[in-house]
Design a protein around this ligand. Structure first.
Ligand SMILES: [Zn+2]
Ligand SMILES: [Zn+2]
Length: 297
């Protein structure tokens, strides 16, 4: 596994390297690793301020977990460099920090692109399509999703479903403990694996069996590390977990590495560096998911 911390401001050379992925490239790239609310500002510059958006490249397929504000810049890259790629946008749930970038995702406005949108935990909304319509309507937004010109499909899934994108790309899902629900995803591709586990609240001393099963032996997972253990009781009921729980789950599941993800808007680079030191004393392959960083599996 090759973890590269790209500078937060990317140059065209970085993107050019990724423009033509090989057939079995399995790469994870973070376009937003902040949770809850975007956090611009000097104190947050290294980890980045955009909310949840993780791009996973599996050969010529692009799988995107969540459409937080980070998806805007990803969309620009996809329309300029990756014509003809198959785009699958998989939402963990519909809270603002995971969905607010939807109206700004450029491939939705390209007549020659195809985007398949998936969501599993709708919390009362009747369908994935309805959820997007509710996001893009007055008084919250000036226009509805009928402005999209791409070929867009909306797919309703249930946490626990398996999604076979191709014979080679297998996706499994599991339910998470979050107000209104959230879906965890795991991708297995060409003998390697990655899992996205956000947002979820753990019960201290009782590891989540659904999560453990999903991340069993995984090469890399990202984990809701909004909090640290000493903050957990203060935020009880908000549906979030800690980086220490990520460390414990990593060991218990025999996973190779995890990256702490979904950083609180108040979490500074200095604090995240401190967390990373603790995480890496335990497992040098693990660390903090920072915007602009990539991992090749
Ligand atoms: Zn969130
Ligand atoms: Zn949430």
């Amino acid at each position: 596994m090759n973890l590269q911390y790209c500078p937060p401001i990317r140059d065209s050379q970085d993107d050019a390297k990724l423009a033509q992925p090989s057939k079995n490239l399995f790469e994870v790239r973070f376009w937003g690793s902040r949770g809850t609310l975007p956090s611009p500002g000097q104190q947050f510059r290294i980890a980045g301020g955009n909310t949840n958006c993780t791009e996973v490249t599996c050969g010529d397929h692009t799988i995107i977990f969540d459409a937080g504000t980070g998806i805007r810049e990803l969309g620009s890259k996809l329309v300029t460099e990756n014509k003809g790629r198959k785009i699958h946008l998989m939402m963990t749930h519909a809270h603002y920090d995971h969905i607010e970038g939807v109206p700004f995702f450029a491939p939705f406005f390209m007549a020659d692109s195809k985007v398949d949108v998936y969501c599993g935990e709708l919390d009362g909304s009747s369908s994935t399509e309805e959820t997007i319509k509710n996001l893009m309507r007055r008084p919250y937004f000036p226009v509805g999703p009928d402005v999209f010109t791409a070929d867009v499909t909306f797919n309703d899934i249930k946490s626990g479903d398996n999604i076979g994108l191709t014979d080679e790309i297998k996706i499994r899902t599991a339910p998470l403990n979050h107000p209104g629900g959230a879906t965890a995803y795991r991708i297995d591709f060409e003998g390697r694996s990655f899992a996205c586990i956000t947002d979820t609240e753990h019960v201290p001393g009782k590891p989540d069996q659904d999560v453990l099963e999903l991340i069993d032996g995984v090469d890399l997972f990202i984990y809701d590390s909004s909090l640290c253990d000493e903050e957990l009781s203060e935020f009880a009921g908000y549906g979030h977990s800690t980086y220490e729980e990520g460390m414990r789950l990593c060991k218990m599941a025999g996973a190779k590495a995890f990256l702490a993800f979904h950083h609180m808007p108040f979490r500074t680079d200095v604090e995240l560096d401190r967390f990373e030191k603790i995480i890496q004393e335990d497992n040098p392959n693990s660390g903090i998911a920072r915007e602009g960083s990539t991992v090749i599996l």
